[in-house]
Write a protein that binds this ligand. Structure first.
Ligand SMILES: [Ca+2]
Ligand SMILES: [Ca+2]
Ligand SMILES: [Ca+2]
Ligand SMILES: [Ca+2]
Length: 223
């Protein structure tokens, strides 16, 4: 049973890789038909039926319901890999020119979320990190923007871990993500209403497609 599911998961991953230009709807349908969606766990093994190999960006609140978004925007990341990930020195970009370096010693536990609070001062914890305000951060765009996670402060196709863009294609780091094979140039998540977030439908699957995200009317930080 498990071997079959692993094979199916491998096939889905291959399918996404080889047929990268095929409409995402067919990929998603395949996933659903084959029953290895996120949130489904193998009762005997107590592990998810798919296993990511990198940290993923799972949700972004870029346009808070208030007029001034300062300190109210956040980015949620998830570790669906097979163990704890040391995120020390990883670099999260959410607007052009503004980035957040993960503090030394910060480790994200397996199957756990962390929320990075953008342009806000606070006390860091295992589940919440704060960029502070000293770097004169810009707020995230309310109609378009992008978020990129890099392994370190070298920003290239070789260090980019995860990427998304919303509202429009062709944004600043798109070419790096496309060169790395983790985004398709021109693909973007549709802009959502003020107060809504963009949220990954399946946190344990990463096909690097905008259509993996949904319009979330009730944002869900840390879950
Ligand atoms: Ca904003
Ligand atoms: Ca707003
Ligand atoms: Ca991705
Ligand atoms: Ca969430």
């Amino acid at each position: 049973m498990f071997a079959t599911i692993v094979l199916l998961a491998s096939f889905a991953s291959l399918w996404g890789g080889v047929f990268g230009t095929v409409a995402i709807s067919s990929d998603i349908e395949k996933s659903e038909n084959n029953k290895f969606e996120a949130g489904e766990w193998d009762d005997d093994l107590a592990v998810p039926l798919t296993q990511l190999d990198h940290i993923v960006i799972t949700e972004v609140l870029y346009d808070d319901s208030s007029d001034d978004d300062t300190g109210k925007e956040w980015i949620e990341l998830y570790n669906g890999t097979d163990g704890e990930v040391d995120m020390s020195g990883m670099d999260l970009f959410a607007t052009t020119g503004d980035d957040f370096i993960f503090p030394g010693g910060f480790k994200l536990s397996q199957f756990s979320f962390v929320v990075v609070h953008w342009n806000l001062v606070g006390s860091d914890s295992a589940t919440d990190l704060y960029t502070g305000t000293s770097d004169s951060f810009d707020n995230m765009g309310n109609t378009s923007g992008w978020v990129a996670l890099f392994k370190n402060s070298t920003h290239s196709k070789d260090t980019i871990i995860d990427y998304l863009e919303y509202g429009a294609g062709g944004q600043t780091a798109e070419s790096k993500a496309a060169d790395a094979g983790i985004w398709t140039a021109g693909d973007f998540i549709p802009d959502v209403n003020e107060g809504y977030s963009i949220e990954k439908k399946e946190k344990d699957i990463d096909l690097n497609k905008a259509s993996e995200f949904k319009d979330q009317s009730i944002p869900t930080p840390k879950k």
